[in-house]
Ligand binder design. Structure first.
Ligand code: UD1
Length: 368
């Protein structure tokens, strides 16, 4: 029996690990252990997802919590090393691009433990983005790399990664979406507010440091949302980082608007219902760009670049950056024409985790 140490830390990891843990549980020859770094710890950012997505209780929780990037990454490494020593796994598996991903991969790499990276090869080509550093470095030290879109393979080959390590398998987050869509919570139940539940709405999320850590940028974005709310109701579940910044910069008055519904972070099933029924989504999240493409909902991405190229080329996504005029013009276009309809990208079919586990099983049998 081969033993794999799977790692999660932050909210977007949970939707990715859920179908992988499930596929491993029914695959003979692999035993998966789950390590939670504790990067996200609030109930709304963490525990609720485990319950809703049926992720098994972590075997180990490192309980690192928040900190600067250096402190958080270093603390994860320090606490992950004895777990690796203790468990001596045949490989570790990391997903996505958060600090937990690179921290644990780095520990394993120094110990000669093979690394599997799920969602490899995505590139925004923007090194001011902390996740871009995490992606590039994790891929460099990974032994088996699973990609969600074809362009990712070219990115990896260009960075000198051997082609035989790379496997295009599709998108595990879309496995989770397919599996849970029938259970999605209707927005009518999420916002009991009659005024909101009976009308079309736009949904909004914001949490990237480049959007929320600078007072002028955040002010301008919230003012643009106020403009949009004159035409359509807006529902805004607020990430804790963003809430902290709004309080800190004294911007709460920009949220006092009867056509803007401010909510705490939502669980997965509520978020899925919110996305499914939205007229459009405005976001800086990576995952929501992909989920809206899978659901056929137009998405305006409040960033100047994206690592998820296929959502632009084939999906419903358009980049708007932070520019007020551009955001408003894309918004008007969606209101008038319905926006991009897009198509479902190749292999975003709900079976990515099955492909991953099959390939991993053979790879482990072959002795890596
Ligand atoms: C992290 C990821 C980002 C991902 C996002 C999804 C990195 C570099 N960033 O960003 O890629 O898109 O998660 O949410 O790994 N906080 C709480 N409760 C929590 C977690 C965080 O209050 O459970 C607050 C703390 O004030 C913390 C801040 O949010 O300092 C930021 O958390 P952190 O994990 O550093 O980064 P995120 O912005 O969540």
């Amino acid at each position: 029996m081969k033993r794999i140490l799977c790692v999660v830390g932050a909210r977007p990891n949970f939707m990715k690990i859920a179908p992988i843990m499930k596929a491993m549980a029914s695959y003979e020859g692999i035993k998966a252990l789950l390590v939670h770094t504790g990067q996200h710890y609030d109930n709304a950012m963490n525990h609720q997802f485990f319950v809703e997505l049926g992720i098994p209780e972590p075997d180990v929780n490192l309980e690192v919590g928040s900190g600067s990037h250096a402190i958080q990454t270093a603390e994860i490494m320090k606490r992950f090393e004895p777990v690796v020593d203790n468990e001596n796994p045949d490989a570790i598996l990391v997903v996505g691009d958060v600090n937990s991903t690179i921290a644990c991969a780095l520990v394993a790499s120094k110990k000669g433990i093979p690394i599997v990276h799920v969602e490899a090869g995505l590139r925004s080509f923007d090194r001011t983005m902390p996740e871009e550093i995490n992606r590039v470095l994790t891929d460099q030290i990974s032994d088996l790399l699973f990609t969600t879109e074809r362009v990712a393979e070219n990115n990896l080959l260009r960075e000198g990664i051997a082609g035989e390590r790379i496997h295009f398998v599709g998108n595990v987050m879309i496995d989770t979406l397919h599996h849970n869509l029938p259970r999605a919570v209707s927005p009518k139940d999420t916002f009991s507010d009659e005024h909101f539940s009976s009308k079309p709405y736009a949904a909004l999320t914001l949490h990237r440091p480049s959007n929320v850590d600078d007072k002028d940028t955040l002010t301008s974005l919230l003012e643009t949302i106020r403009e949009i709310s004159k035409k359509i109701n807006v529902v805004f579940p607020v990430h804790p980082r963003t809430k902290g910044k709004i309080d800190h910069f004294g911007l709460n008055h920009l949220l006092e608007n009867p056509r803007l519904l401010v909510l705490p972070p939502l669980g997965y099933l509520e978020m899925l219902g919110l996305m499914r029924d939205a007229k459009l989504f405005l976001t800086d999240s990576g995952g929501i760009q992909e989920e809206t493409t899978a659901l056929g909902v137009p998405c305006i991405t409040l960033r100047n670049n994206t690592e998820r190229r296929i959502t632009i080329d084939e999906g419903t996504n358009t980049l708007a950056g932070q520019d007020r005029e551009k955001i408003l013009s894309l918004f008007s276009d969606i209101m008038e024409t319905g926006g991009k309809t897009g198509k479902i990208p190749e292999f975003w079919d709900g079976k990515a985790s099955l492909r991953i586990v099959e390939i991993m099983g053979n790879w482990l049998q072959a002795g890596k």
